[in-house]
Design a protein around this ligand. Structure first.
Ligand code: 5RP
Length: 230
């Protein structure tokens, strides 16, 4: 099986968790695209979605799946019981690096708003220590040099993602060469630098469940909270 087939397997497994009659949070990326395509078959059961990127919104709408604004959903007091998204890396604590597709800020917002976060990956994304994948940081353009210097002071090589502007009008700095032993501490640190919109570490709000596809089959790992709930 190639990587795309594995991504598809993980995405299809997540479909079984989609609650009927509830607003669904939808992430961004090639793995999520398989999930969105699978949603088309059950779209009558989904009153609407909230989307983490323009790209996902376009794909959802093209399949006739309704997309709502997060603010209107929350203002109406409607819950978002589930958010499904991919990741660039995941560790055993279900802490993630995300933002390879540049949608990290909206992804983090919806992950925070949702009751449960299911992350869908192929096995190549699972690592003992985060950081092999360059850590994306969304930055307000005028802070580029300042934030790059701060990332260098942490031992990273900060590279501007060339020709890329986020859906929020910002730039991405990719921090190469970090070995992230304490993801929560690093998330807290980088997030409080002026000019940083979001760092692509999902450690304070990790996934609740990881669905991992490998050539041996699809397995699942529950995070601490999900495991306690059974
Ligand atoms: C986008 C993301 C994606 O979830 C991440 O990059 C994984 O993408 P893919 O499923 O294409 O491997 O965080 O911002």
């Amino acid at each position: 099986m190639n990587q795309d087939q594995l991504k598809r397997e993980a995405a299809l497994r997540a479909l079984q968790y989609v609650p009927k009659g509830a607003i669904l949070g939808v992430g961004t990326g090639s793995t999520v695209n398989f999930f969105i395509d699978g949603l088309a078959a059950i779209k009558d059961q989904i009153p609407g979605t909230v989307s983490s990127s323009v790209k996902s919104t376009e794909r959802l709408l093209a399949l006739g799946i309704k997309v709502l604004e997060l603010n209107e959903v929350l203002a109406a007091g409607q819950p978002i019981p589930l958010y499904v998204d991919g990741a660039d890396e995941a560790n055993d604590r279900l802490e993630l690096i995300k933002g390879g597709g540049g949608a990290l800020t909206r992804e983090k917002i919806i992950a925070q708003a949702a009751g449960q976060f299911i992350c869908i990956v192929d096995q190549s994304k699972c690592v003992p220590v985060l950081g092999r994948f360059p850590l994306p940081v969304e930055v307000v353009p005028m802070a580029e040099q300042m934030v790059a210097a701060q990332l260098r002071a942490l031992g990273a090589e900060a590279r501007l993602r060339s020709g890329f502007i986020t859906d929020n009008g910002n730039i991405i700095l990719d921090a190469h060469g970090l070995r992230i032993e304490d993801a929560r501490a690093l998330e807290t640190l980088i997030n409080q630098w002026p000019g940083v919109v979001t760092v692509g570490l999902f450690a304070h709000r990790p996934a609740d469940r990881l669905i991992i596809a490998s050539p041996e089959g699809v397995r699942e790992q529950a995070g601490a909270a999900a495991a306690r709930a059974g």
